[in-house]
Design a protein around this ligand. Sequence first.
Ligand code: NAD
Ligand code: IPM
Ligand code: MN
Length: 353
Amino acid sequence: MMKKLKVANIPGDGVGNEVVPAANKVLKTISDIHGGLTFDFTDFPYGCDYYLKHDAMMPADGLDRLTDFDAIFLGAIGNKALVPDHISLWGLLIKIRREFEQVINLRPAKVMNGVKSPLATPKDFDITIVRENSEGEYSSVGGRIFRDEDEIAIQNSIFSRKGSERAIRFGFELASKRNKHVTSATKSNGIVYSMPFWDEIFTGVAKDYKDIQIDSQHIDALSAFFVTHPEKFDVIVASNLFGDILSDLGAAIMGSVGIAPSANINVNGKYPSMFEPVHGSAPDIAGKGIANPIGQIWTAKMMLDHFGEEEIGRTLLEVIEDVTGDGFLTPDIGGKHATDEVTDEIIARLKKK
Ligand code: NAD
Ligand code: IPM
Ligand code: MN
């Protein structure tokens, strides 16, 4: 049966404009080969340049324009030389995550063939971080009052039973299909309300999954274990901020944030999910043609998995690892190859599969 997926591209800022077209080319190749699967891409120019022209990160009806797509494929948002980060991100990326109820953020990190980890004795790790993606430390509840030396900033964390349980349960379900181990990222020794609450919910959910081993680690110790013993982890469940930080660390031990993928999942089917790499707009290398396209291409694999195309997804990841294994590497992972060269090599090998 023919499957046609309507995908909204938001390349965004900086290297997003280099890696999204690269991953689109890969997806087009997949549809040429596969036959039964096609992608209908529509580009949306939302980002910081758009803001300068329109005084908004997207039009007032921007979400309505995106809602009928099967998925959103986003590069990166942010150019703080033009727009303060909290304005650009809350006006687009976080707005979409929130309004489209993309309550789970999945972020895998694993040893990649041919990519050198900075760890002295690289371990064979394969981790998936399940990040709570709708609340927690990222809340718009708070404010600033008074001026000068009397000024006060209040930033509230919001932890709902529903939101925490949803993310934790998602982690247990995922672990049931993986290595049956879930680690909870906590900080209940220092954060006295939200984190003991999170711990209680974790312990409660765990009772429904007797065959799954559990572990709870404070975020400080857990960060250190990511460096010393990453092979001990399978699924990690984490609040919004802890999941954010751990996912850059997971990317770093893989070898570069340029290769790490992520998926913002809408679990109730009301809105599209959004697929974006872990990295940002990388202003330091934008425009040079050397951005690593693998984070975005692996993100495309997560999109394929989401649409039930796991077999093609698996093939794509195998091809990526064949390419890195044979030394087609961008500078961030120690190579000399350009974005296009790595992308073209992935495409050439996909055609031979
Ligand atoms: P960043 O991820 O953009 O960059 C961190 C480092 O990683 C830089 O040295 C960069 O060159 C490198 N890097 C990132 N992507 C790469 C790639 N594909 N290939 C090779 N190297 C890569 O993080 P930052 O510097 O903290 O943020 C820059 C901007 O991006 C900020 O405006 C930030 O708010 C935004 N940001 C956006 C997202 C998103 O849209 N999802 C995520 C993170 C940061
Ligand atoms: C990410 C990013 C975003 C986040 C920022 C840019 C708001 O760091 O996707 O990891 O913190 O979620
Ligand atoms: Mn991040």
